[in-house]
Design a protein around this ligand. Sequence first.
Ligand SMILES: Cc1cc2nc3c(=O)[nH]c(=O)nc-3n(C[C@H](O)[C@H](O)[C@H](O)COP(=O)(O)O)c2cc1C
Length: 488
Amino acid sequence: MASITIRNLDGAIKEKLRLRAAAHGRSMEEEVRLVLGELGDPLPSPSWGGTERSDGEGSFLTLHKDPSLLLRSLPPHEGEGKGSALSGRRILLIIGAGIAAYKCLDLIRRLRERGAQVRPVLTKAAEEFVTPLAVGALAADKVFTELFSREDEHDVGHIRLSREADLIVVAPATADLMAKMATGLANDLASAILLATDKRVLIAPAMNPRMWGHPATKRNRAMLEKDGIRFVGPNKGEMAESGESGDGRMAEPLEIVGAIEKLLDRSPKPLTGKTIVMTSGPTHEPIDPVRYIANRSSGKQGHAIAAALARLGATVRLVSGPVTIPDPEDVAVIHVSTAREMRDAVEQLLPADAAIMVAAVADWRTANEAGEKIKKKPGEKAPVLQMIENPDILAGVGHSKSRPRLVIGFAAETQDLLANAQRKLDKKGADWIVANDVSHATGVMGGDRNAVRIVTRSGVEEWPDMSKEKVAERLAAKIAAALQTVEV
Ligand SMILES: Cc1cc2nc3c(=O)[nH]c(=O)nc-3n(C[C@H](O)[C@H](O)[C@H](O)COP(=O)(O)O)c2cc1C
């Protein structure tokens, strides 16, 4: 029987214990007791014969069994395994000058627990909130603060700092840093890195709700989203300032870790390597320079499908009509207005593995778009609009020489849903038609829920009423399964 003490344990066991204990906020001894308890053999117990004592340098526990048993039996600590996406990944963490900067200490710890390397950069003002000493100790790395540091520029330099990372994270992202990023300023180390980088950037904004709701911050946010900057949070909640609450609280460290893991996840996905062309939203068909014919499509369903496909690893190219919702994450979006523009954009994007035509494309447009605003003149009759047919984008794709393997159309109907969908399947050369009842009472157009039927040549699947996100997820999974088979 071996006799061991925790302090003499093998480094790997001790490290694993330390990480588990840190993750749970427990002492090493408590962690060992818990692990053994989980194994149904709590300490001290006669079978393990453990004893506990203190030698003045902190208490420690003596076990009387093969220590490798402990290593083998240690269950993963929170985040271990799950966080393997971060193992060995390099994260440049820019800490801005907000009250929430203190949470970065925990963020660094959580990232390192998951095997990430964290290289911290503090803005000058952030040093008022956390010390480089604490940040550097937790990151086990040098803390960079100065743009004009002869030593650092010679050694690493802001360009190398910005490139030698797998991801740049800004947390907390102050209103000031967001403004600098949106306008392309580079007058300190943090902003120079952010302008010089070719890596993805994730920001965790944190500020007073009035700062977050200010039109200037809203403009900056929209600009940054357009530039492809990813956001995590902010959340709604209590501010550090007493009595204040609202939107602007920084996302919690574990939420930020989750967002980082998602961005750095390299595991192959079911649609990795597949290209999918999509349309979404309405079209606007001009009558004159100020008037147009539109429909009630919000783009919510199409955009949700695009995002769900991207999450499964597809390269999604979305042609969107005019909508008021943001572009879906990880999707390349082309914004168009008319059916003809949408058709041209879709044609440019073929060939692809699949085409999913969700947009509510106007069937007709005015034959003669007036060059000037049509004026109301006393005594004159109301103008009569002459209409002509718009291009049929779905049929064009379904019968195209570069037809994708899988062509899916949407049928928004208010009557004879299934009969119309089945007719559309043949006429348009589609493989599936996703049919939905858009009668006023259903609230589907512009709403958040949908009840669809998937009409294929082999039958009809009726899906229950669910959120548009759920429809999107389920459809994306079905598409992934179909594209994995040889024949659709
Ligand atoms: C006590 C205190 C708390 C602050 N908290 C925040 C905050 O949470 N978010 C923010 O955007 N700015 C906050 N500020 C203002 C920023 O510190 C200030 O705009 C600073 O110049 C930002 O510097 P940086 O963006 O270079 O880090 C705070 C200022 C003080 C004095």
